[in-house]
Design a protein around this ligand. Structure first.
Ligand code: FPP
Length: 246
């Protein structure tokens, strides 16, 4: 493990890593367990990966923990996931503080149960001085929701004559997305073999490098993260230019 970590070029570290944590249900099924067992094991991977990212010097880690579409899952799975979230927020606040990590949330948090909102706000407030890394949880999040809520706010400001339509450009628009102030993700990791973006930060991921692995999220270790970063470091990021221009 130390070998892989040492191979990472610290100068070329992705500043922002986004992850679609997929495969908890299949992991549980393989073991003959119920789905929540997979989510519980997945929460351990969250801890490992957040720790590894902070240790390396990654500045932003954004995890897709619950999509807008996940509200359509069976009621008991949704409530189990909400309980798990509260449990982990309460349990891991010390880990966040000890590691100088600030917690952030992106998504339509008004949809979340009151108890979840309260615990999130408390953790966000208590960790707000964390400078080493910003850990964002995407909760009740979808990329289309994000774009639409930005448009609504901008439209309202235009209506109230606080903004002119001609002021709307890319630099301005991103300030209204829920990821305001963060650099775009440079690397997206999706576990479990699915090769989709699934309505994750679709505006922000215009130039993101995509990394897909068959590993199920509960099996995703620090070592798997190092591998993904090493793969990212072999990519030539051209942003529309030619190799020679870089
Ligand atoms: C996807 O696996 C996973 C989720 C929808 C939930 C992610 C939640 C966690 C990792 C647990 C807790 C999170 C925190 C932040 C403490 P799936 O259920 O879609 O798996 P499947 O595709 O195999 O059914």
């Amino acid at each position: 493990m130390a070998d892989l970590k040492n191979k990472i070029n610290k100068e070329k570290l992705p500043q922002h890593i986004a992850i679609i944590m997929d495969g908890n249900g299949r992991w549980a099924k393989k073991r003959g367990g119920i789905r929540i067992i997979g989510h519980r094991a997945g929460a351990k991977s969250v801890k490992n990966v957040a720790e590894a990212s902070a240790e390396l010097g990654v500045k932003y880690l954004t995890l897709y923990a619950f999509s807008t579409e996940n509200w359509n899952r069976p009621k008991d799975e949704v409530s189990n996931l909400m309980e798990l979230l509260i449990e982990n927020l309460q349990k891991e606040i010390k880990t966040l503080l000890n590691n100088d990590i600030s917690l952030n949330v992106i998504g339509d948090t008004s949809m979340l149960p009151d108890k979840v909102q309260k615990n999130l706000n408390k953790t966000i407030d208590e960790t707000k001085h964390g400078k080493r890394m910003c850990l964002s949880l995407a909760l009740s999040y979808s990329g289309r929701w994000d774009i639409i809520q930005a448009c609504q706010t901008i439209a309202m400001k235009v209506k109230q004559k606080e903004l002119n339509p001609e002021d709307i450009d890319q630099n301005m628009f991103v300030q209204y997305l829920s990821t305001m102030g963060m650099p775009d993700p440079e690397l997206l990791i999706r576990t479990s073999g699915e090769k989709r973006i699934s309505n994750y930060m679709i505006y922000q991921m215009a130039y993101t490098e995509l990394y897909f692995t068959k590993t199920l999220w509960p099996d995703f270790s620090k070592n798997h993260l190092y591998k993904a970063i090493l793969d990212f470091q072999t990519r030539e990021r051209r942003f529309g230019k030619t190799s020679e221009q870089l």
